[in-house]
Ligand binder design. Sequence first.
Ligand SMILES: Nc1ncnc2c1ncn2[C@@H]1O[C@H](COP(=O)(O)OP(=O)(O)OP(=O)(O)O)[C@@H](O)[C@H]1O
Length: 283
Amino acid sequence: MTTFSLNLGSVKARHEDAVDAPALPRSPVQARQLSKRFGANTILDNLDLEIRAGEFVALLGRSGSGKTTLLRALAGLDRISSGTLEVPQARAAVFQEPRLMPWKRAWRNVTLGLKIDHPRQRALAALEEVGLAHRENAWPATLSGGEAQRVALARALVREPQLLLLDEPFAALDALTRIRMHQLILSLWRQHRPSVLLVTHDVDEAVLLADRVLVLEQGRIAADIAITQQRPRSADAPRFQQVRAQLLQLLGVELDTPASAQPETPAAPAPIITPFNFSNFSI
Ligand SMILES: Nc1ncnc2c1ncn2[C@@H]1O[C@H](COP(=O)(O)OP(=O)(O)OP(=O)(O)O)[C@@H](O)[C@H]1O
């Protein structure tokens, strides 16, 4: 049997016996029949999820559908009620708010809680990756929202995560900063290749960034859409808009058709969209 373990870009193979056929690497994130209940409320209901090594997955869902609950379970912040969950040890999370300690300078926030050699150099290297080496000694209160979020990203990077969990990390940023953060996150992902789970409300963000977009509904993954369009992606591309419209429909958002585009003759009945039909759908 051949087994692989991935450690940030370096794949180590261990051959236990001589077999010619290559084995597929085991997905680092595997949830089977995962349930999470809060009292009598079942939020995640026998959910199955797999995220492959180096895969960028976005998770959409209506408000209250359980996205953060799932992310917190993957982060090890909350216990699951039942089922099985496999996640890499090396994982890190970035949330909507940067959660920096105000009494620690930027670089100390980056290595907070880590017992490593040369913490300052390590922090500086991570800050450099997010373009903030010059702010290593800054107090959090003096950072802009985007800078604070980049420090939070550096704090995640310094942990060399195999799984990077992002819970709406761009939601509180202005539109321009958000675009820059999208570029930054893609470039860091390309360089380090962690598996990523990005929770977002923003359908465009999901389709722009991810390899696969999942929709969470009634405690389960109701749609799983592969996005094969090459990056950088354009939101103007017809295929992008097609997937965007489908995702919005799955999320219960009705798009108004412009009056000029309304057909004069009665339209054919709209196709019934069954979420599971989207499995392996790709643009
Ligand atoms: N610690 C908790 N105790 C009780 N109920 C909780 C707890 N955490 C979350 N919930 C409930 O679980 C449900 C899902 O919450 P969650 O935050 O995961 O949803 P979400 O999809 O991330 O929502 P949003 O998009 O609004 O952030 C909600 O009904 C919420 O009230």
